[in-house]
Design a protein around this ligand. Structure first.
Ligand SMILES: Cc1cc2nc3c(=O)[nH]c(=O)nc-3n(C[C@H](O)[C@H](O)[C@H](O)COP(=O)(O)OP(=O)(O)OC[C@H]3O[C@@H](n4cnc5c(N)ncnc54)[C@H](O)[C@@H]3O)c2cc1C
Length: 385
């Protein structure tokens, strides 16, 4: 194989940044290229604090150019649009770099939300990014009272592809925020979910803990009914209607749009199909990490930043092995670590193949979540202006 070896990473989120760091460690001489629409990293887990003014959108935007310079990574300002030649060529929407050749590829372009339910535009999806989180904050500040319906859905073809944790955080945070302002009595909060036991992936104990917390906070529940549609002031499920002045809903997830129609193998739920070593099925030296992929493992395997990091590290190790003419050997660990924040406290949930743990709400866990953000982001500056 030609020297130096050319490795392309697509995306600029958790999986991509961790992948780049790990690749540079493994392969000091390799030519690394990053392809992403913006040279920005968004710290998504702290989006839950934006509606309540505890973070601004700019607090979560980090400039990755200094890191790319330090790691000697060439940045291509573009969105990936496809791949060809068994993964050896990446296609982009940048006319000057419309085809990028590689000796190994790491795909880390994240997932997206399924926006098929009729009237979905009447609901706001926090996880879509900073603009959505800011919109929720504006709506909340403009309300003196009323009903707020909060829920999340899944991907029927891939049950693990859901993002429930942040919805619980948004709901408990909202309750705390309203109480702190003495406005809670003017609001009715309703949690809706098609599953009778929402949050089951976090473990049986966690489901009970979450439902008990909702009862303690006087949050109504509408559980076990398939969601049919949304209207301006109504959520309609097979079990009836929920009138609501504001609807906050997280749909199930699927893979990135650009992989549709590409030669990449797709899972039933529309993600890039990979194995337990983050290798894309049936392709050589093509890897996927994070929310873009579908991986074998326990049904509770989360789509989380921590999993994205573990997958990216395994992918980098395997790319280094492959480029040295050896077969992939690094398997990623499956681990769920989550602090369900309530604005002033946090419940910690941990799950691995051998252990499962739930710590009740504690003030220390709220601070731990904030501390973790600062520690994780300590090497990146904020985007200026
Ligand atoms: C509100 C919220 C709270 C969360 N809380 C937690 C938590 O507490 N703990 C936890 O572990 N996880 C949490 N998560 C989940 C976590 O943020 C995701 O699992 C993680 O971001 C996945 O990383 P990723 O790199 O796969 O994708 P992303 O972080 O989504 O990054 C995808 C990247 O790809 C880029 N991209 C997109 N399309 C293209 C394209 N066509 N070409 C090139 N680049 C492209 C994007 O610009 C982005 O830079 C939370 C998520 C949200 C939204």
């Amino acid at each position: 194989m030609a020297n130096p070896q050319r490795i392309t990473v697509a995306g600029a989120g958790f999986a991509a940044i961790t992948g780049l760091r790990a690749l540079r460690k493994q392969l000091p001489e390799a030519e690394l290229t990053l392809v992403a629409p913006l040279a920005e990293f968004i710290y998504l887990p702290s989006l839950i604090w934006v509606p309540f003014g505890m973070r601004s959108g700019d607090d979560l935007r980090y400039d990755i150019l200094p890191l790319l310079a330090e790691l000697n990574v060439h940045f291509v300002h573009a969105s990936v649009t496809g791949i060809s030649d068994d993964g050896r060529t990446l296609h982009t929407d940048n006319a000057e770099n419309s085809e990028i050749e590689n000796d190994a590829l790491l795909i880390a372009t994240g997932g997206r939300f399924i926006k098929k339910l009729p009237g979905i535009e009447n609901a706001i999806t926090l996880c879509e990014g900073i603009a959505s989180a800011e919109r929720i904050g504006e709506r909340l500040r403009g309300m003196a009272g009323g009903t707020i319906a909060l829920g999340f859905g899944g991907n029927p073809k891939e049950p693990s592809a859901m993002r429930g944790g942040p919805m619980f955080e948004l709901m408990f945070g909202l309750d705390t925020w309203l109480r702190k302002q003495g406005k809670r009595d003017a609001f009715k909060l309703v949690f809706f979910n098609p599953a009778p036991q929402p949050g089951k992936r976090l473990g049986e104990k966690a489901v009970k803990g979450l439902l008990d917390e909702m009862a303690r906070r006087n949050i109504d529940t509408h559980l076990g009914h398939k969601i049919k549609s949304f209207e301006n002031n109504t959520v309609t499920t097979e079990g009836g209607e929920i009138p609501a002045d504001l609807i906050l809903f997280m749909p199930g997830m699927t893979g990135p749009a650009w992989i549709q129609g590409s030669p990449l193998p797709l899972s039933d739920g529309g993600f890039i199909q990979a194995d337990g070593m983050a290798r894309v099925a049936g392709m050589e030296r093509v890897y996927v990490a994070g929310d873009a992929g579908s991986f074998p493992g326990p049904d509770w395997m989360p789509k989380q930043a921590h999993m994205a990091d573990l997958q990216a590290e395994a992918a980098a190790e395997n790319i280094a092995l492959n480029l040295a003419g050896k077969p992939a050997a690094a398997k990623f660990k499956v681990e769920l670590i989550c602090i369900v924040d309530t604005l002033d406290k946090g419940m910690m949930v941990y799950r691995s193949e051998s252990r499962s743990l739930l710590l009740p709400a504690m003030r220390a866990m709220h601070w731990a979540k904030s501390f973790f953000e600062k520690r994780y982001m300590r090497h990146l500056p904020h985007v200026k202006g």
